[in-house]
Design a protein. Structure first.
Length: 287
């Protein structure tokens, strides 16, 4: 009997597997060939992009302005410096601001209240609270009048008949009460009602002798005019070049004796050319 061919016998013994195995073998070979051919292929070069992190040379550093090269201010020291707006004419009536505070200092207590003339908008410099907080802080500062053991202050309610009424006033109200003997913006102490009048134009703009230090100038305004209210009616002069100006010197106008002498020869200022440094405190170095 003739022997069956191998392929016939294989197909009979393994059935459908006899066809599947060769097909799987072919597929396996094809997959392996594809993997190896892909791995050996050179990847397509990515397009070159600019190097954004390339450092650039630093520019030449800029030096700040040299004050020695600056021209002197062309504004006369008695003029208002440039700055924000202020109220020309208020309503002549006042609103009370702030709250009572404990007594500060050791001596005779000067009670005070703080008021703002109606028609003045204080929003540009901290509102009513901003104004009263500077007044309170200035009068309670240990470099202020309370450094002298004969003085104390207490912020009280308006119905307690205060010794001093510290008032922020408009330009025309200040002129009407303080007078206009010199054609310059000033503040004053108005004895009728013991009113410490703070000229809003100066509160906003400051004064040339203070070199733009508006905070110190505001402290000076309060201390100087309150000083008049405490009984220091006379003004004071610069003792020597380079010294701190005394608080009762008219620092709003100048810190130079000769300049103040030319403004008002009838005042206490000698025509000696002495120039002091602006100073907002009665006792900047203590007693």
């Amino acid at each position: 009997m003739a022997q069956e061919p191998f392929l016939v016998r294989f197909a009979r013994d393994y059935g459908w597997r006899a066809y599947a195995i060769p097909v799987l073998a072919v597929i396996t070979v094809w997959v392996l060939m594809d993997v190896f051919s892909t791995g050996n292929a050179s990847p397509e070069a990515a397009p070159e992009t600019p190097n954004l992190s390339t450092p650039t040379p630093d520019p030449t550093p800029l030096a700040g302005p040299d004050p020695a090269d600056a021209d002197p201010l062309s504004i006369p020291p008695t003029e208002l410096p440039p700055g924000g707006p202020f109220t020309g004419q208020g309503q002549g009536t006042f609103r009370h601001i702030g709250d009572p505070l404990p007594r500060v200092g050791e001596g005779r207590t000067f009670t005070y209240i703080v008021e703002v003339e109606n028609g003045i908008n204080t929003a540009a410099y901290g509102g009513d609270d901003g104004f009263v907080s500077i007044v309170d802080a200035t009068l309670s500062n240990p470099k202020g009048w309370i450094a002298d053991p004969q003085f104390a202050f207490q912020h009280v309610a308006p119905d307690e008949d205060p010794d001093l009424r510290i008032q922020l006033t408009s330009l025309e109200t200040t002129h009407a009460l303080c007078g206009n003997d010199i054609a310059m913006e000033t503040s004053c102490f108005y004895s009728d009602g013991n009113r410490v009048l703070i000229n809003e134009s100066r509160w906003v703009r400051g004064a040339i002798p203070f070199d733009g230090d508006l905070g110190s100038y505001r402290q000076y305004l309060i201390n100087h005019e309150v000083g008049h209210g405490l009984g220091y009616a006379a003004h004071d002069f610069c003792a020597a070049d380079g010294e701190l100006a005394p608080i009762m010197m008219q620092q709003t106008l100048s810190v130079n004796n000769s300049e103040l002498f030319r403004i008002n020869p009838g005042e206490v200022y000698p025509d000696d050319g002495a120039t002091c440094v602006f100073n907002p405190w009665p006792y900047p170095r203590g007693l």
